[in-house]
Design a protein around this ligand. Sequence first.
Ligand code: SAH
Ligand code: SF4
Ligand code: F3S
Length: 487
Amino acid sequence: MNDEYSKRIEVQDLTETPPIEEPARQYFFMAKARQYVQQEQKRLGRPLTAAGITFGCQMNAKDSEKLIGILEQIGFEMIEDESADLVFYNTCTVRDNANQRVYGRLGLIHSMKKKNPHKKVALCGCMMQEPSVIEKIQKSYRFVDLIFGTHNIYKFAELLVTMYSSDSMIIDIWKDTDKIVEDLPAKRKYPFKSGVNIMYGCNNFCSYCIVPYVRGRERSRNPKDIIKEIEQLVSEGVVEVMLLGQNVNSYGKNLDEPMTFAELLKEVEKIEGLERIRFMTSHPKDLSDDLIAVMKHSKKICRHLHLPLQSGSTRILEVMNRRYTKEQYLALAHKIRAEIPDISLTTDIIVGFPGETAQDVDETIAVVKDVAYDNAFTFIYSKRTGTPAAAMPNPTSDEEIKKNFDRLLKVVQETAKSRVGRLTGEVHSALVEELNEQDASLVSGRLSNNTIVHFPGDASLIGKIVNVKLLEAHGFYYIGEISEKSS
Ligand code: SAH
Ligand code: SF4
Ligand code: F3S
C-alpha cells in the first residue's frame, strides 16, 4: 500500500496549481514537501529526521500513525527522540496532568532549539482545540513553528509546506468539521494489529468531559471504507483490529443509510483472514441486546468489554450526565455476564467529582465488588474549563478525595487479582505481541480477554496466535508455556 501512495506522489506535476479536492490536494503537497526534504538532505549531507511524541488515548495513537505515514512519504527518517529535525507533539487534554506534561516537554525542547535553529516544532491534538492553550503558547512558547488541531490532521503535508516557507508561527485550528478524508498513508506501529477509526467525535457531553469540545460532533465513517481498510490491513498481515470511537455503540446513526454497531461487527466478522476484533469504547446507555448477541455468537470478537462506569452512585451519575442509574448499569453487567460467561469486563472510574461524598464512593466500591472487574482505570477528577462540572462547587477536600481514591484502588486491585487468576491451568490462544522487556527468552502475548501472558519463545512467534497453557497467575498477568492442545 505504501508503494501505491509513493507512486501517487511521484506522478504529481508541481508546475500545476494544487488541486482543490481531497485527498488529491494532499498528494500534491506531499510531493512538494518531498522536494524540500531532498534539497535539505543534499545541503546537509545527511537524512532529515523526525520524531512524534504522542499523549492520550488510542484515537491519538491512530492519528499519530497517520501523521508519521505522511512524514515517511515525504522522506523523513523517523527516530525515537526529540533531537530530530522536526518534532511533533500530539497532545491530550482529558485531565490537567496531560497538559502539564506537554508544557514540561516544551521547556526542554526550547533549549534544544536554541542550539539548532533549523529545528522545527509542531503541536497538534486535543489540547490545541482550546483557545486558552493557543493564547498561552503564543505568549510563552513563541518558538513553536506549527499548531494544528484534531479536525485537520489530514492536511499535515500542506501545513508543513506552509511552515517551511514562513518564519512565523503557523496556526490552523478548526472548530468542528463534517468532513472525513479517506485514502491517506499511515505507518502502523505493529505489523500484526491495528486500530481502525469507525467514528470521530462525541455527542454525549458528560458534564466533566472535554472530549466533545475538542473532538467535535459524532461522525461515522462509511462502512464500505471501514471494510476496505480492514481488508487491506489483513492483506498486509494484520490479524487483529481495534475498532475505535468514543462511543462505538452509537455508530452509524448519522450515515445516509443508517447502520448499527452490531450490524457493522457482523460485516467485519466476515473478513477472511481477520482473526480477532476488539473495540473501544462502549457507553453503557447505548449498549444493545443485538450487540450482546453478536458478541456471544462471534468467533472473532474478543472476550473483553470495556464498559466505563465513572461512578456507582446514581446521584453522581445524574450530575455527570451519564444517563444511566447504578441499577441499570448493574443489570446490564449481569446480563452480559449471563450471556457471555467467559467475558472480562473492565471500566473507568472518576473519584472526586464535585459534591461526591465518602458514601458515594462506598456505592462505587460496592459496584466494583458486584461486577468483579478484571481491571479498572481510576482517575482523580480534573476540572476542565468550559465543561458544566467546572462551575460546580466541590466542598470535598483534596485529602478526603485522596483517601477515597486509595480505598477504591485497593478494592479494584484485590478484585482484579482474584478475577485474572481464574483461568490458571487452562489452555488459551494468545496473540504474541513482543519480546518480553525484562527477559528476552520470553515473549508476551495477549489473550482474547485482554490479559497478558509471558512464556518461553523467540521473535519468530511475534504476530502469531498460539495456544498457551496458563501456569501461574501473577497479579495482572500469567506465566505460561506453549501447548499443543487447543483451548
Ligand atoms: N469515550 C470514553 C472515554 C474517553 S476519556 C467513554 O466515554 O468511556 C477516558 C476516561 O477519562 C473516561 O472514561 C473518564 O473516566 C476519564 N475522564 C474524562 N474526563 C475526566 C476528567 N475531567 N477528570 C478525570 N477523569 C476524566
Ligand atoms: Fe467524554 Fe462522555 Fe464522550 Fe466519553 S462519552 S468522550 S466520557 S463526553
Ligand atoms: Fe485525550 Fe483527546 Fe483522547 S483529550 S483521551 S487524546 S480524545
